[in-house]
Design a protein around this ligand. Structure first.
Ligand code: CP
Length: 301
């Protein structure tokens, strides 16, 4: 089967590759939902979870998926590594390479570090989020979640809401959704919308109520305070007033479905009653993300 050696992003995946990932994910998801053991197809292979940024969902779901498919996994956390003693990233990578891992899952705040790893190790690289570039496993689980609800994604209207300019989730969603034929838009204050985003074939809304009325799905992004998103806003309270997804707002389109990659800033970009409403697919996203990761290891082995 034609599958890339590394998963750096969704930019270059074609629709057949998405279909392969999703049909393999269907099998894993059935076992996960029934709490049945999976065939340990990757026994004897090893993986390093190389995290330079904090994570809850991505890291836990990778670790659990690795155990489920039989991988020997090791966790690296930059805070308690020799990086804190001044060791360079390249020296760290050279030492990791000497240990002959089969896979490396990497999260880093600098775009391009997963690509850098492909040039400096023999392991297969899975990008778990690189700065504001891509977050392909998040994009895959978002798109898979929509496919489970809607089937064919052609013509579906998906609006990515909020802090697009600081988001790696946005780009992976845009690339993947467009490849599968969805109509993609973004909505947020001007300071959160990249200037040339229309060049990616994306419509721009500055009016959230209009976006709610005209779309089937809102994928709501976190306001990324750790990437200084706050300095692009007059106030968080004002952002909530003009762009926050409240239960009042979703009454404008009762059928609308809600995605959020997490972690959520409650009462900033989304209210808790929306996150827990019947419109929300947020916890399905998390379950599906586990199955996506099992499928990826199997396809890349
Ligand atoms: N969606 C996501 O990447 O969440 P974490 O940062 O908790 O992994």
């Amino acid at each position: 089967m034609n599958f890339p050696s590394h998963l750096l992003g969704l930019r270059n995946l074609d629709s057949d590759q998405f279909k392969n990932i999703f049909s393999s994910t269907d099998l894993y998801l059935k076992f996960i939902k029934e709490k049945k053991s999976l065939k340990k197809d990757l026994t004897g292979k090893s993986v390093l979870n190389l995290f330079f940024e904090n994570s809850t969902r991505t890291r836990i779901s990778f670790e659990l998926a690795e155990k489920k498919v039989g991988l020997d996994s090791v966790n690296f956390n930059s805070d308690n590594s020799s990086i804190s003693k001044g060791e360079s990233l390249l020296d760290t990578i050279k030492n990791i390479e000497a240990m002959k891992f089969d896979f490396i899952v990497v999260r880093h705040n600098t775009p391009g570090i997963p690509l850098f790893l492909t040039k400096n190790t023999s392991a297969k690289i899975l990008n778990a989020g690189d700065g504001i570039n891509e977050h392909p496993t998040q994009g895959l689980l978002d798109i898979y979640t929509l496919q489970k609800v809607y089937g064919d994604l052609k013509g579906l209207n998906v609006c990515i809401v909020g802090n697009v300019s600081h988001s790696r989730v946005a780009l992976s969603n845009i690339f993947g959704l467009k490849t599968l034929g969805a109509n993609v838009s973004v909505c947020g204050p001007k300071s959160f919308i990249p200037v040339n985003i229309e060049g990616l074939g994306v419509k721009v809304y500055f009016d959230i109520d209009k976006a709610v009325k005209e779309n089937d799905i809102l994928n709501i992004l976190r306001v990324q305070m750790e990437r200084d998103a706050g300095s692009s806003l007059t106030s968080v309270k004002e952002f909530h007033k003009y762009f926050g997804i409240t239960s009042e707002r979703i009454k404008l389109n009762k059928k609308i479905k809600i995605l959020h990659p997490g972690p959520m800033n409650i009462n900033v970009e989304i209210d808790s009653d929306v996150a827990e409403s019947e419109n929300s697919l947020i916890f399905d996203q998390v379950t599906n993300g586990l199955a996506i990761k099992c499928a990826l290891f199997n396809l890349m082995k």
